[in-house]
Design a protein around this ligand. Structure first.
Ligand SMILES: *[C@@H]1O[C@H](CO)[C@@H](O)[C@H](O)[C@H]1NC(C)=O
Ligand SMILES: *[C@@H]1O[C@H](CO)[C@@H](O)[C@H](O)[C@H]1NC(C)=O
Ligand SMILES: *[C@@H]1O[C@H](CO)[C@@H](O)[C@H](O)[C@H]1NC(C)=O
Length: 408
């Protein structure tokens, strides 16, 4: 697959218009992009109106790979997260950029996991007699009103041991008295259909697979859950190792969007690895409280001045409902636009049913959310009014349908 990159002169001349160049039109897919039945179900479920009509007109495609569509942890609405099978599903669904959350093992090797300490809910480690005892906190059954406990980190085991685990759907039963019950906790709106032993990946294996697809990379340096430095391993070395993996693999920095929740990681890359740093994505969770939201909004101009170019809060923080009940851009969204920053956001398709107003991701617009099709209404505001450059999705096909329809 060939990719057409914008000439650097053009990039420079467009710099003020935004950092991220949509390269979707440069994709010449060697594979048939397939969106499946779900987008049609969602469009049918929408309230009547112009957006629904427009989306209906696009029913026959063609559907194309787009950098607007970021695969979040693979395709974990149905596939075990951070597995080879999830990456393949995401590619088939049109994601142009694929994510690996990066964590380190006991022997300081980088692997793909959403959190350093989630092996107890995303793999079969508790059911592995040889490895379960190595967990920071091995399985303790729920008893006498005390909840179940287990805590297993990538840093508890070696890379070689990690590679022998099976990926499963993320979830657990808090009332479990046995490991079997504990592992049987997949949320109602997901499925165990593909949870038969997902193939785990090291960060280097992920790079190889995504490179073979010719697609983009978005590795996230996960905030460590052990005290740093870890056996002499510093946060800066960890941040450097993640970038070095792309340099060693000969990947052009324009294909890599490194992410972190920690501003110091972003500043580190800006200073030490500017070619990667200029595409660094600041995941902003300060917005989770009202005071933090106000602080985050106020900090935008200062961050822009320091060279941060892409902000990425959860998508709830980018919209609000106005007095007339319309979904409109939030103060945070307006501040990023004013500062000339780009916005990427997360994560679509993590919420299950929306008939009761949705969850965390819809908290500011819940009064006007009452059916699953409303997710396209929110996406449309994020694209057409907030001007997001890309969105992470647990089921890339849902976003691909929209992106292809609107030429993103
Ligand atoms: C756990 O291991 C046992 C024995 O190998 C197996 O029968 C069982 O299916 C496994 N359970 C899960 C949830 O993987
Ligand atoms: C766990 O037990 C509590 C209290 O009995 C109950 O409300 C809850 O639904 C149970 N959860 C699961 C997943 O079984
Ligand atoms: C917001 O900023 C103020 C002033 O700098 C600070 O005192 C406060 O702790 C911040 N709050 C949050 C939640 O970040």
């Amino acid at each position: 697959m060939t990719r057409i990159f914008f000439a650097s002169g053009l990039l420079l001349s467009l710099a003020s218009a935004g950092v991220i160049q949509q390269r979707g039109h440069g994709h010449h897919d060697k594979w048939h992009v397939e969106v499946g039945a779900r987008p049609y179900y969602l469009v049918d479920n929408m309230d009547a109106g112009a957006l629904k009509s427009q989306l209906q007109k696009c029913e026959n495609g063609p559907f194309k790979t787009s950098d607007f569509v970021i695969s979040h942890r693979g395709a974990p609405l149905q596939f075990p997260e951070h597995t080879v099978q999830g990456l393949h599903a995401a590619r088939r669904q049109g994601a142009g950029i694929l994510e690996c959350d990066v964590a380190f093992t006991k022997d300081k090797q980088l692997v793909c996991r959403h959190a350093q300490c989630d092996l107890h809910t995303t793999t079969n480690i508790l059911n592995r007699t040889d490895l379960a005892s190595k967990c920071t906190r091995p399985f303790t059954p729920a008893k006498d009103g005390k909840p179940v406990d287990a805590f297993c980190c990538t840093s508890d085991i070696t890379e070689a041991e990690f590679k022998t685990l099976c990926g499963k759907m993320d979830g657990f039963n808090p009332n479990a008295t046995t490991v079997q019950q504990y592992m049987d906790g997949t949320p109602y709106f997901r499925t165990d259909l593909y949870s038969t032993c997902g193939t785990l990946m090291t960060h280097n294996e992920y790079i190889k697979i995504v490179d073979s697809f010719g697609l983009g990379f978005t590795p996230e340096l996960k905030t460590p859950q052990v005290k740093m430095p870890f056996n002499g391993y510093t946060q800066q070395q960890y941040a450097q190792d993640m970038i070095d993996a792309y340099k060693k693999a000969g990947i052009d920095p324009s294909r890599v969007w490194p992410q972190s929740f920690l501003p110091d990681d972003i500043f580190y890359w800006l200073e030490k690895e500017p070619k990667f740093g200029k595409q660094a994505v600041y995941l902003d969770e300060r917005v989770d409280t009202p005071e933090g939201y106000a602080n985050a909004t106020a900090s935008i101009p200062g961050l822009a001045k320091r060279g941060v170019r892409i902000m990425a809060p959860a998508f709830f923080a980018l919209t609000k409902v106005d007095a007339s009940g319309k979904i409109v851009p939030s103060e945070y969204a307006i501040a990023t636009k004013k500062a000339g920053m780009d916005v990427i956001t997360w994560s679509f398709e993590r919420s299950g049913w929306l008939n009761k107003g949705g969850d965390y991701y819809y908290q500011y617009v819940s009064p006007v959310i009452n059916n699953d099709g409303d997710m396209y209404t929110v996406l449309d505001v994020l694209v057409q009014q907030v001007g997001i450059k890309a969105i992470f999705s647990d089921w890339p096909a849902t976003v691909t349908y929209y992106a292809s329809c609107f030429g993103l």
